[in-house]
Design a protein around this ligand. Structure first.
Ligand code: UDP
Ligand code: MN
Length: 359
């Protein structure tokens, strides 16, 4: 099975943590396939060395160094930068078939049977089930497909309404068009591009519809609790979709559970998050320690660093002109996990608000 591989992507050291847990979970469940990680130059050398312990192949991809077509695509639509990075997986022609998995997924059992499926097989998106979720998909590497995807991205891949400046396909991103820090699962990012390119997925071949248990969104646990109680035990892949990733939580290794606010439903139903952390603590932390990079051991977010970064930003950069959005819209964004951490909802601003209550 040397010509088949699981493939993931990490463009920075935080996502490498996710990739490591994913790789380790695939190993734990005795996959017979290769493990490949795509990384970009922002990943540190030491994290790359740790990745090489878990993955058979760690491949550096840089959209700007790649062929003319990719370069051209990016020149025309710079906001597609990260999206196009994911497309690099089609270039892995040393493999005849691959399963791409987001770095924020983890497997709970052996899923090698996915290699019996054809391109493009994927599970429905929990938000818009006529689209597939692009966090887990079966595909066949091919330079021809890669080039077609790039061409498609530049020519047809605009999902924004030019007048209202919003994604028109019903994604959770409701902000202004420019600048465009899109959530990754946004239908107008890689998911929209792939769904438009593989547009027959919704209606043609049921064999290409993976059951939802191959890409179970961790938020579905509490959004559809009765369904989860009935079917959740069969879950094979859990996907920590959304803006708060497992590595952003704080973990208490004594109680073996994540810490957090009980207003957060993910904290009330922490089963999968705790499993992620258990794998991280048992299999990944020792590797990080061997490489002298375990300083954030049990806390995903180092608050001291966050505070420092935020205060640094406010000193060195002029205050941005904040877009005026209604408090209702701001609340909605916050609830959808789209807090503007560097702007309105920055640590500094939240602290100021709290201070004003205390005065
Ligand atoms: N990714 C990455 N760096 C980023 C954002 C995303 O490497 O800054 C990769 C990573 O593999 C991630 C995938 O792209 O799992 C899709 O993004 P994400 O999982 O954050 O989106 P979501 O599934 O929450 O929509
Ligand atoms: Mn994801």
């Amino acid at each position: 099975m040397a010509d088949q591989s699981f493939v993931t992507l990490a463009t920075n050291d935080s996502y490498v943590k996710g990739a490591l847990v994913l790789g380790s979970s695939l190993q734990q469940h005795r996959t017979t396939r290769k493990l490949t990680a795509l990384i970009t130059p922002q990943v540190s050398d030491s994290m790359r060395e740790v990745l090489e312990k878990v993955f058979h192949e760690v491949i550096l991809v840089n959209i700007l160094d790649s062929g003319d077509s990719a370069h051209l695509a990016l020149m025309k639509r710079p906001e597609l930068g990260v999206t196009l990075t994911k497309l690099h997986c089609w270039e892995l022609t040393q493999f005849s078939k691959c399963v791409f998995m987001d770095a924020d997924t983890m497997v709970l059992s052996n899923i090698d049977e996915l290699f019996e499926r054809e391109e493009l097989s994927a599970a429905p998106d929990p938000g818009w089930p006529d689209c597939f979720n692009s966090g887990v998909f079966v595909y066949r590497p091919s330079i021809e497909t890669y080039n077609q995807l790039l061409q498609f991205a530049t020519e047809k891949g605009s999902f924004d309404d030019p007048i209202i400046g919003r994604c028109i396909l019903g994604c959770r991103f409701k902000g202004p068009l420019s600048p465009a820090p899109r959530p990754w699962s946004c239908i107008c990012a890689d998911q929209g591009l792939l769904n438009t390119f593989f547009s027959s997925w919704a209606t043609t071949d049921m064999n290409k519809h993976l059951p939802f248990i191959y890409n179970l969104s961790s938020t579905s646990v509490y959004s559809y609790l009765p369904a989860f109680k009935a079917f959740g035990a069969n879950t094979k892949v859990v996907h920590f979709l959304g803006s708060t990733k497992p590595w952003n939580y704080t973990y208490d290794s004594k109680t073996k559970s994540i810490k957090g606010n009980m207003d957060d439903p993910k904290v009330v139903h922490p089963e999968f998050l705790n499993m992620w952390w258990d794998t991280y603590m048992t299999n990944i932390l020792p590797l990080l320690e061997q490489h002298g990079i375990a300083k954030e051991a049990t806390t995903g977010v180092n608050m001291a660093e966050v505070t420092e970064a935020v205060s640094h930003m406010s000193v060195s950069t002029p205050s941005p002109v904040l877009p005026t959005i209604s408090s209702e819209e701001r609340k909605e964004r916050w609830e959808q996990g789209q807090a503007d951490y560097m702007g309105m909802d920055s640590f500094d601003n939240i602290k100021k608000k709290l201070d004003s209550y205390l005065q």
